[in-house]
Design a protein around this ligand. Structure first.
Ligand code: ADP
Ligand code: ZN
Length: 761
């Protein structure tokens, strides 16, 4: 290729560039970091058989013809009229990084989430794959055409016959050493076969050896109960008819959803196809993985802690069809399964399926689009479905299947509230744990049970304020109250990590009695240790779970009973299945209830219901106590009764009245910059343009703002938001695309467009 390259660096047009009338190969290129949009280039003759859609290429870009890497997304042969096109200089990949179906999916994401196609492709193909981490160049051997299919006729000496048989059985190229080992011979017979032309040789990239997986304990299928069987039958019907259907599996916590997925996947594997199971990152616990590994021989796990080389290795295994089930977090939706048969999105309501940096896709929505494109069913499972999914199920777009009962006729735990207002009036107790909760913990421990305590705030004190002058200690860059962390004796900003030594006096007025208040998990831990001396307790939050493997170790200690009280943030609220947990205490159910976010009630309902679901999973049963200042709130009331339908029925009319999702689509634009004035003015400008675009289209729409975002200043940048809503999704997208395309912000001002935002702060 170097000679070809040389030609392109000359200024002379190459022969195929000179003649304007001839038909040419034209490649459409998109750039990951370059300008947005699509650009056409001519494919020079020598590169025609190297390029494929999905390959990376190097092309000259802009006035200076800066060599720039882009992705080929389309190839066609046509007459190039008008201005001659520039030519591609290099094709960088020997095989395409994306199947045609995946390439189309990336195009869909770019359209749907108003972002650059090249950037989406860059996200979909992991860096480790692009740079082939963990591989090296090696000589590999395969059956020559002369040998393929006629091994029996060749009449070879036994050693040579064994070599060819091993190679045929491997069904993929092998290195010399690998082949010799498989055939149980020296290199001599292999060399002989090469000389006879029965083995073909080429250099290729091969994987470095991967550590073998531990052989898991095998487990047999459980006998499904009638509800589970109905759910499985519905999924199997969709599988057998080879049609894409979205099934919302609404099953209460502990109803046995995972067993239904597993048995459906079994069928998919019978067809020689693969399944993708998306779970929230936090649920990628050894417990979950062991369940899949105990049922399937070839499971690939994709999580965020993989090294580039490991990720590339897994990607390759999947692409080669050597994996039956891919279990992974958000980005596993892009796993290159060659014959996809089924997608499962477990805990589909989880916010972590949404990527909070560009491209801001939601993995559930991408999974639905992929399933439709590949004509396969998709199952969305949850005890607390997102209202978006619930609404689509009720309107018939999804099929709803319910698992209303727990397995083995286990009852759902009894849930009670403790009214914190009364407690404050009566001055019953100091600290975070009320008397009734304390008594319940004593009781649970006395019966040999285990306890989970949820408090969704980390740190020791969440509020530092001077009673003299009223000054609140805040982050200068974010204007958010600093949290006191006691291990390091610092006051910390949870957004930008700004930290100062914990103040002993008011920084404003020097008053010495500055007050630390507000409960964080560190303080709760201290209180538990003081109240229940000698009872082993463990705190799980992002502060204690930083080290690799700490999460696993903590859960193992809890499972083994070495820890009796597990306390922590929402990290402990989800997915855990420990039969000996007989009490769950929610320290303050209201922490998220009053945030300026239209999903505040939904999040609170999810959190309380999910954490409540962690108890009563064994024969001892279980109970839940929820401390709250708002016991009458419909979200809390519905959670007490495990009544999802009641929650949805109370919440959906509010959404409809205010035309919030799921009744309309929403796009949030956030503008930020170090100057409040410049950022604000640019936000005004954007809002004017968005309004004007929506007006000309006559779309029924509402545009709020610009207004300061709820977090009006973060990391030293002032933030303004614009919120556009419309039931007419296509028109809303088109209008925002039109209004923001080519918009140049002033220096130092940045802006993002978030389609279907989950983060409203
Ligand atoms: P979910 O995902 O709905 O919360 P799980 O799939 O975790 O529920 O199931 C809860 C527990 O019930 C698991 O320990 C599982 O092994 C067990 N289980 C599931 N289905 C059955 C069944 N049909 N019979 C007996 N136990 C079951
Ligand atoms: Zn800060």
């Amino acid at each position: 290729m170097p000679d070809v390259q040389q030609q392109f660096f000359d200024d002379e047009p190459a022969p195929w560039e000179a003649d304007a009338e001839a038909i040419r190969r034209v490649a459409t290129i998109v750039f990951p970091d370059g300008p947005p949009g699509e650009f056409d280039y001519v494919v020079p003759e020598p590169l025609c058989d190297q390029i494929e859609p999905g390959c990376r290429v190097r092309v000259p870009l802009g006035q200076g013809n800066r060599p720039t890497v882009g992705y080929c997304v389309r190839l066609e042969s046509r007459v190039v009229a008008g201005r001659p096109l520039k030519a591609i200089r290099d094709v960088l990949d020997r095989r395409t990084l994306l199947s045609p179906a995946m390439l189309r999916l990336t195009g869909w994401i770019a359209e749907e989430y108003l972002c650059a196609w090249g950037q989406v492709i860059e996200t979909v193909v992991p860096a480790g794959v692009r740079f082939q981490s963990g591989t090296r160049q090696a000589t590999v051997l395969s059956l020559a055409p002369a040998a393929a299919g006629r091994l029996d006729e060749l009449n070879l000496p036994p050693k040579q016959a064994a070599v060819l048989a091993a190679l045929a059985a491997a069904q993929r190229p092998l290195a010399v050493g690998q082949l010799a080992k498989l055939a149980g011979c020296t290199h001599a017979p292999i060399a002989a076969l090469r000389r006879k032309g029965l083995i073909a040789v080429r250099t290729d990239r091969v994987e470095n050896a991967q550590p073998p997986e531990d052989a898991p304990r095998r487990e047999n299928h459980l006998v499904l109960n009638p509800d589970q069987q109905r759910a499985l039958d519905a999924i199997l019907a969709a599988l057998r008819s080879r049609r894409s259907e979205t099934i919302l599996l609404h099953g209460v916590t502990g109803s046995g959803k995972t067993e239904v997925y597993i048995q459906a996947i079994q069928e998919v594997i019978h067809y020689g196809r693969q399944a993708i199971v998306l779970v929230p990152e936090i649920s990628l616990t050894p417990q979950t993985l062991a369940r899949f590994r105990s049922r399937f021989d070839h499971v690939a796990v994709l999580h965020s802690h993989l090294s580039d080389a490991e990720r590339h290795g897994q990607w390759q295994r999947i692409a080669d069809g050597r994996v039956q089930v891919v279990v992974g977090a958000r980005s596993a939706v892009f796993a290159p399964a060659p014959h996809l048969g089924l997608i499962v999105v477990d805990e589909e309501h989880e916010g972590t399926f949404k990527q909070e940096s560009a491209p801001r896709y939601h993995a559930r929505e991408v999974a639905i689009a992929r399933a439709q494109a590949e004509d396969v069913p998709i199952v969305l499972g949850s005890a607390t479905p997102s209202l978006e999914s619930w609404h689509r199920a009720r309107s018939g777009a999804f099929r709803l299947i319910e698992l209303p009962r727990r397995v083995l006729a286990r009852p759902l735990p009894e849930v009670g509230t403790i009214d914190l207002r009364e407690r404050i009036h009566a001055r019953h107790s100091r600290g975070a744990i009320s008397r009734p909760l304390h008594a319940a913990i004593d009781e649970a421990l006395a019966d040999g049970g285990q306890v989970i305590l949820l408090l969704n705030r980390r740190g020791y004190s969440t509020h530092i304020q001077c009673p003299g002058c009223g000054h609140v200690v805040t982050c200068p860059d974010c204007e958010i109250a600093l949290t006191h962390h006691r291990t390091e004796e610092i006051a910390l900003c949870h957004y930008c990590d700004y930290r100062i030594p914990a103040p002993r006096e008011c920084p404003e007025c020097r008053f010495a009695g500055i007050r630390y208040s507000g409960q964080g998990t560190q303080r709760l831990e201290a209180e538990v240790v003081a109240r229940f001396p000698g009872v082993p307790c463990l705190r799980m939050d992002t502060d204690t779970m930083r080290a690799r493997g700490s999460h696993q170790r903590a859960l193992a200690a809890f499972r083994d009973g070495d820890v009796r009280i597990l306390l922590g943030t929402q990290m402990i609220a989800k997915g855990l299945d420990f039969p000996n947990v007989t009490l769950v205490g929610v320290i303050n159910a209201d922490t998220a209830l009053h945030l300026p976010d239209f999903r505040a009630a939904e999040r609170t309902f999810h959190l309380v219901t999910q954490v409540a679901g962690r108890t009563g999973r064994g024969e001892k049963g279980g109970r839940v106590l929820v401390q709250t200042f708002s016991p009458e709130h419909p979200a809390i009331q519905a959670a007490l009764r495990h009544d999802y339908a009641a929650f949805a029925a109370s919440e959906l009319p509010l959404r409809e009245m205010l035309s919030y999702p799921p009744y309309s689509s929403m796009i949030r634009i956030v503008v930020r910059g170090p100057s409040e004035k410049t950022a604000g003015e640019f936000a005004d400008h954007v809002a004017v343009r968005v309004r004007a675009e929506l007006d000309t289209r006559g779309a029924s729409a509402r545009v709020l703002g610009p207004a300061p975002a709820p977090f009006a200043k973060l990391r030293g940048k002032y933030r303004f938001q614009i919120q556009a809503q419309s039931p007419d999704r296509a028109n809303l997208h088109a209008a925002v695309r039109q209004a923001t395309g080519g918009l140049k912000p002033p220096d130092e001002v940045q802006w993002i467009v978030d389609v279907d935002p989950l983060d409203m702060l």
